[in-house]
Design a protein around this ligand. Structure first.
Ligand code: ATP
Ligand code: MG
Length: 204
């Protein structure tokens, strides 16, 4: 990376952190106030998406409005979608064509990612959504399918009371920095490696 590019990146980072600091400082000044959180669930272990869907359930229990964007994945037969999408307070979008090694077509993956991101952007600009789940978003950033700076700026500029959960492996440092809560789920063991297939209720 050239010095200029590195400088611009540092400046964008500083501006983003200044916005984050302003939000945090304002919330400390009113310590009884609540704020919308950005949560990042990452790591190689099982439990990232299912934790996000746990928060969907909690939110719905409180009568909150929830948006879910499932990037990368194309299956619409999951238990979570069947259960949650019948709730009138849920907007559920499956926005993938499958995994990148299935499509093997980078241009198509980028087009699909941009279409999906447009759906997410609408939610991130709509304060009526109390919780937005961006499931498997990290892959789109890590493959460079979406502009990471633009995505982070959009997350930082969302409605102040809106919660966002981002899931996916290998969350970047910049995303971790922006987040309020980051959990890294370790892969201690997984039944798949013993030849057990994905099973309803546990994996889908
Ligand atoms: P879940 O949706 O079960 O919470 P996840 O979001 O943490 O899983 P993903 O990488 O999105 O993990 O993968 C989803 C699918 O892959 C699930 O069927 C899950 O059981 C399986 N899986 C997750 N982690 C592993 C792993 N370390 N080894 C093998 N399979 C895994
Ligand atoms: Mg997942």
């Amino acid at each position: 990376m050239t010095d200029t590019a590195e400088n611009q990146r540092n400046q964008r980072h500083a501006a983003r952190m200044a916005r984050k600091k302003a939000i945090i400082d304002a919330s400390i000044a009113r310590a009884d106030q609540k704020k919308g959180l950005l949560l990042v669930l990452t790591g190689n272990g099982k439990g990232k998406s299912s934790s996000a869907f746990g928060m969907v359930g909690r939110s719905l229990g409180h009568g909150m409005k929830v948006g879910v964007c499932q990037f990368l994945k194309s299956r619409t037969d999951t238990g979570e979608e069947a259960f949650f999408s019948r709730d009138p307070n849920v907007a559920w979008h499956v926005l993938g064509d499958g995994f990148t090694w299935e499509t093997q077509n980078r241009e198509q993956d980028i087009a699909t990612s941009l279409r999906g991101w447009a759906v997410a952007q609408h939610m991130l600009a709509d304060a009526s959504y109390d919780l937005v789940v961006l499931d498997e978003l990290t892959y789109l950033l890590n493959y460079g399918y979406l502009d990471a700076d633009q995505v982070l700026d959009t997350l930082a500029a969302r409605p102040p009371m809106q919660h966002v959960v981002v899931t996916g492996r290998a969350a970047s440092e910049a995303l971790r920095d922006l987040a309020d809560t980051v959990s890294e789920i370790a892969d201690v063991k997984h039944a798949y490696r013993e030849g057990i297939t994905a099973q309803p209720g546990i994996d889908l």
